[in-house]
Design a protein around this ligand. Structure first.
Ligand code: AMP
Ligand code: GLY
Length: 416
């Protein structure tokens, strides 16, 4: 089977690494890919938002399956476009992608389908938002820009002034452009978070082991929000929480798709808050989590390729995944200045030290001649598998100690 991955980050590097192990794989391709992915896959000079270009490449190369990494091409309808041309695509339709691309759509979908989530109100105008905020008595409150905002469109507001500032930034200053034309205000939920991902062909679903992302920059959950500073997989949830996730989140998601005729062959990722009243969905993403994928894939023992192909084929039912009996800890190394203004172009050394059970996934690196340089905020992730979280952590940090670049920042408490 010839496979094309769309994307260029750490998540796609991990997908390429996992698919490359499949005995069923013919040739692996990645658009646009990266220098690190180019060691595993052909990376042609085609843009991921050039749908005709992507299709032309698939036709010329005899690609059998397209696996879409990021949300943006899905929200622009890449899956519908390629599917209409007869290709098999792992990645939902444009309407399915609205579960991530519009918070309003996601919240109303959850409401209609009785998926547990925070109470919410949608604001269509700043004037109406101010009226509702003036009447709100409960803080903190959460204000979210409706559209895609690269993970930055959510504010936890401690008082009325912060809520009003969020509305002004999103709806009037339009700091996220059109994404702020509508805003969702919702109840603040307290608890621990978990990332629940399930592969699906739209009719049945296969849960991946639950993972946890560490979103804040600094140890102990301090500092600014980031794209994710590390992840651990699996995390053990209480059996009653898992039961709610299976029946009230995943099952109701599937029946919602059927009722509303939403095409969804790919992965659904529910960001879940484990509240005192049980699990509640904070958000849906329509793609693999980053950096969760870098911690989840190393604990999957089975060949992933036939399972992704079965999703794209509408034949997932009855498939299972065998897991390793262990834990993976993935620690992100970020550039100086991340997340505000990451410094780029710093030489990276120590990348070729290898320990068994440890893999380095590149997110923001580039290669010039034979040397590696930083090229993004999150530079790389070191993923280590151990018998338990302590062993995995020890291995990940030992491997990370060999890798150096100027100003490297990483958390010391991933998986704790
Ligand atoms: P989202 O992009 O909707 O997942 O939000 C990003 C992050 O904001 C989540 O991972 C949570 O840490 C936090 N968050 C979002 N919604 C809520 C909520 N209703 N209550 C508490 N925290 C939230
Ligand atoms: N790790 C959070 C995300 O992928 O959205």
């Amino acid at each position: 089977m010839n496979v094309l991955i769309i994307g260029s980050g750490g998540r796609e590097h991990a997908l390429a690494w996992k698919l490359k192990q499949s005995p069923l794989l013919g040739k692996l391709h990645c658009i646009p890919g990266s220098a690190a992915i180019a060691e595993l896959a052909a990376c042609p000079p085609v843009r991921q938002d050039d749908q005709d270009g992507v299709y032309g490449y698939c036709a010329a190369q005899g690609v059998d399956l397209v696996v879409v990494g990021p949300e943006a091409p899905l929200a622009k309808g890449l899956s519908d476009f390629l599917t209409a041309k007869g290709l098999k695509v792992f990645g939902p339709s444009r309407r399915g992608a609205m579960l991530e691309a519009s918070k309003q759509f996601a919240k109303e979908f959850m409401d209609r389908n009785e998926i547990p989530t925070a109470e919410f109100t949608v604001f269509y105008s700043a004037a109406f938002a101010r009226e509702k905020i003036a009447a709100n008595r409960k803080y903190p409150v959460v204000i979210k820009a409706d559209g895609l905002a690269a993970g930055k469109g959510v504010r936890i507001c401690r008082d009325e002034a912060e809520a009003l500032a969020a509305v002004e930034d999103f709806m009037e200053k339009r700091v996220f452009g059109f994404s702020g034309s509508k805003v969702v205000m919702e109840e603040f939920l307290a608890g621990k978070e978990a990332s629940v991902m399930a592969l699906t062909d739209g009719e049945s679903a296969l849960l991946l082991p639950v993972s946890r992302d560490h979103k804040r920059l600094l140890d102990g959950g301090e500092g600014p929000n980031t794209g994710g500073m590390g992840a651990v997989c699996p995390v053990d949830l209480a059996e009653e929480d898992m039961a709610v996730i299976r029946t009230q989140v995943i099952q109701r998601f599937l029946s919602g798709l059927a009722k509303e005729r939403i095409g969804f062959r790919g992965v659904i990722y529910a960001g879940v808050m484990l509240t005192a009243d049980g699990p509640k969905v904070l958000e849906f993403n329509v793609r693999f989590g980053d950096p969760e994928t870098q911690a989840v894939l190393p604990v999957i023992k089975s060949d992933l390729l036939p399972v992704l192909a079965a999703c794209a084929d509408g034949k997932l039912s009855g498939r299972e995944l065998e897991l390793l009996d262990g834990v993976c800890v993935s620690v992100v190394a970020a550039a100086a200045g991340y997340p505000e203004a990451p410094e780029k172009g710093r030489p990276i050394t120590g990348l070729y030290e290898r320990t068994p059970g440890v893999t380095v996934f590149h997110a923001g690196t580039e290669k010039k001649e034979d040397a590696w340089f930083t090229a993004g905020g999150r530079v790389l992730a070191v993923s280590a598998v151990g018998m338990d979280a302590d062993e995995a952590r020890e291995k990940a940090y030992a491997a990370l100690a060999a890798i150096k670049f100027e100003g490297m920042q990483y958390r010391k408490d991933i998986g704790q």
